[in-house]
Design a protein around this ligand. Structure first.
Ligand SMILES: [Zn+2]
Ligand SMILES: [Zn+2]
Ligand SMILES: [Zn+2]
Ligand SMILES: [Zn+2]
Length: 421
């Protein structure tokens, strides 16, 4: 990997920041002499924060280079063959599938997902039907009303009869499930779906893989793998993530390759997997708390509704460890405390249904709480038998009295405090 100018500058900056931090006394000594909220403590903590931000930036930069290399390799092995321009914003859509484009049943045209989302938002503002938004953006036709299956089906059938893969797949899928006014007809459904798959329509290839996974038909391993690989190499992120999981630990390069491709397209399950790989140095990656946290957080940005206690635990653990490591074991500097965030995510992991993760989360919470509640988070007065009041919002700060709580909030706890769930 060649270091470019940005990387070089970051490395130099990090070097000089490290030097100026090393010139100051250790943070525990400063805290011991001046307290958690003194100007001396705050100024060293601020330097540490700036250094950490740059270290994170560097790791993310190197990771984006790794991703680019994986995409380049994939494009060499499987040059994109179905790229088209969005007729509205004219941006090139590299891979056409249901995660990147939206179809219109009238003319059979499409727009990119972003243009469609903007259109839906605009429709909402102007009081249009949320789903079908009145008129098609590409042709003079009015779009069928939501739930008007008769109209939708007759339009889609027309396109299917003309041999358009997206429509064949739509009709095929609905026959397979006997849905939305289509009769339950497995043979007809599969026939149409296969025609669309033979035209190398990625969504149809993926559906064929599902059919052979044992979902609709008897499981057929070789057909399942064939269709899944085709869909993945045509750029379908869901297929890429699913395919990655089929590779065993002996094929970790392939596993990482397809997980990375899926994550680069925003597939949240793949982001969760990368978060796990970076936290446990799997699939040939080096251990990185920063990237474990980054990808685990990206998992929760995804739209899939199911929670992932493992990703929640990874965020909690990484936030706590990074905080401890960077601030030389001091966790209570207002504006720099990892405690509320780590507790927030650990509690989320504790609510999951996996006993080992629940156990780890409970252990982490107890380590943090035992360490933190032994003294007032603001003035460091020891608890010594008396029980301190906690911040009710985050349950992650302990105070000897109201005065300390108010002082601490103003000093920076308002930045750290994370509402508990
Ligand atoms: Zn567009
Ligand atoms: Zn149209
Ligand atoms: Zn106090
Ligand atoms: Zn709080």
């Amino acid at each position: 990997m060649v270091a470019d100018e940005t990387e070089q500058q970051l490395r130099e900056k990090i070097g000089s920041q490290k030097k100026s931090i090393a010139d100051l006394p250790p943070l525990p000594c400063i805290v011991h002499e001046t307290g958690f909220t003194s100007p001396e403590t705050k100024s060293k903590a601020q330097l540490i924060k700036e250094l950490s931000d740059n270290e994170d930036r560097l790791e993310l930069l190197l990771e984006s280079k790794r991703i680019s290399a994986v995409i380049r390799l994939q494009d060499e092995l499987h040059p994109p063959e179905d790229s088209e321009d969005c007729p509205i914003c004219l941006k090139t859509i590299k891979h056409m599938n249901n995660t990147t484009v939206v179809r219109f049943y009238c003319c059979g045209g499409f727009t990119c997902k972003k243009c469609s989302e903007e259109r839906i938002a605009k429709g909402k503002e102007e009081g249009f039907d949320e789903m079908y938004r009145g008129k098609c953006p590409l042709c003079p036709e009015r779009m069928p009303k939501e739930g008007d299956f008769k109209k939708v089906n007759s339009l889609v059938l027309e396109h299917a009869n003309k041999g358009r893969a997206w429509a064949q797949m739509h009709v095929g899928l609905h026959h397979l499930g006997g849905m939305n006014g289509f009769s339950l007809d497995e043979n007809k459904g599969l026939k149409l779906m296969k025609e669309a798959a033979d035209l190398r329509y990625p969504d149809a290839l993926l559906e064929m893989a599902f059919a052979y996974s044992g979902e609709t038909l008897e499981r057929d391993e070789s057909k399942y793998m064939y269709y899944l690989k085709e869909a993945a190499d045509l750029g379908h992120p869901y297929a890429q993530q699913e395919l990655a999981l089929t590779y065993s630990t002996h094929e970790k390069e392939k596993r990482l390759h397809y997980t990375t491709l899926a994550a680069s397209q925003g597939n949240s399950a793949a982001c969760g997997m990368l978060g796990h790989y970076f936290s446990s140095a799997e699939c040939g990656l080096t251990n990185s708390l920063t990237l474990a946290k980054h990808y685990s957080e990206k998992y929760f940005e995804g739209t899939e509704p199911d929670d992932n206690p493992l990703s929640a635990y990874k965020i909690a653990f990484a936030a706590f460890e990074l905080g401890l490591d960077r601030y030389e074991g001091i966790m209570e500097i207002p504006g720099h405390s990892p405690i509320p965030k780590a507790l927030f995510w650990a509690r989320k992991a504790q609510q999951g249904d996996s006993p080992p993760i629940r156990g780890n989360a409970t252990k982490l919470i107890s380590i943090i709480e035992t360490k933190a509640k032994s003294h007032c988070t603001n003035c460091r007065k020891g608890a010594e038998g008396s029980s301190f009041k906690r911040c009710v919002r985050c349950l992650g700060a302990w105070y000897c009295g109201k005065e300390c709580q108010v002082q601490h909030w103003k000093a920076g706890h308002k930045i750290d405090c994370t509402k508990r769930k």
